[in-house]
Design a protein around this ligand. Structure first.
Ligand code: NDP
Length: 245
């Protein structure tokens, strides 16, 4: 099935590593023009630029911290200059850490909430003036928000907030023809999951029906579907990509 995304314009936050990289490359290989942003890993940014070279559309890889309003304004200026309008906005950039709730300091609380939730607010609100007819917004949530996970109070709170914000936006922006959906991954083999011990990885594998962790491309495929008009009657939805946890 073709996603028919050829010539569409897309913004992917956190597009240089892990799930975001798979999304940016997936969209670009489908023929999208892609602007991807990252926070600070220059090496990963240059690697993505080289990978995007082989794809048909235009592309830009831009340093911009989604938790900083000035950076988001600059990012959207880049989108305006490079692409004009946006058909697809993917807020994927995410921060996580593992801290007992009693020891969770305000700085760390704000770092995670500001990236995952405030970042979504800043990016989606800022993108609205550029949104093309039938634009699709896809936000990467997390299974963790549904089940609760010890040591991740800030993370699960931010991802639960993402769900509420996405549902509200689907209602508020639906009349303008803009769809807003969430993809909620389970445990995916990215750098964020690289810190797992073999024992933890085995425990997580055994929690899934499929008996394995997910690959970034398996999340990206679902994002591509939601980004495309193949999903044109879906909005306010959360799609779980978790191997059946
Ligand atoms: P990675 O840590 O592998 O990659 C994160 C990407 O986001 C990098 O490109 C990073 O840039 C960028 N980024 C981080 N913070 C910011 C910021 N403030 N502004 C701009 N870019 C930023 O993460 P994953 O691929 O694992 O996760 C991607 C998304 O999926 C996140 O929202 C995460 O919460 C969610 N998720 C992941 C799961 C998993 O198991 N991996 C499970 C469930 C949800 P740089 O490298 O420059 O810092």
């Amino acid at each position: 099935m073709s996603f028919q995304l050829d010539g569409r314009n897309a913004l992917v936050t956190g597009g240089t590593r892990g799930i975001g990289r798979a999304i940016a490359l997936g969209l670009a290989r489908e023929g999208c023009n892609v602007v991807a942003c990252y926070r600070g890993d220059e090496q990963a940014a240059r690697r993505l630029e080289a990978e995007l070279e082989g794809t048909p559309g235009k592309h830009r890889v831009v340093q911009a911290d989604v938790s900083r309003p000035g950076d988001v304004d600059r990012l959207l200026d880049e989108c305006r200059t490079a692409l004009g309008t946006l058909d697809v906005v993917v807020h994927n950039a995410g921060a996580v850490s593992h801290v007992p709730f009693a020891e969770l300091q305000p700085d760390e609380w704000h770092r995670v909430i500001d990236t995952n939730l405030t970042g979504m607010y800043l990016v989606v609100r800022g993108a609205l003036p550029l949104a093309a007819e039938g634009a699709s917004v896809v936000v990467i949530g997390s299974k963790a928000a549904m089940v609760g996970v010890p040591l991740r109070a800030h993370y699960t709170a931010s991802k639960a907030g993402v769900l509420g914000l996405a549902r509200t936006l689907s209602k508020e922006l639906g009349p303008r023809g803009i769809r807003v959906n969430v993809v909620a991954p389970g445990i995916i083999t990215t750098d964020a999951a690289a810190g797992l011990s073999e024992q933890q990885a085995q425990r997580y594998r055994s929690m899934t029906s499929l008996g394995r962790l997910g690959e970034p491309e398996e999340v990206a495929d679902v994002v591509l579907f939601l980004a495309s008009s193949r999903s044109r009657y879906m909005t306010g939805e959360t799609v779980h990509v978790d191997g059946g946890i």
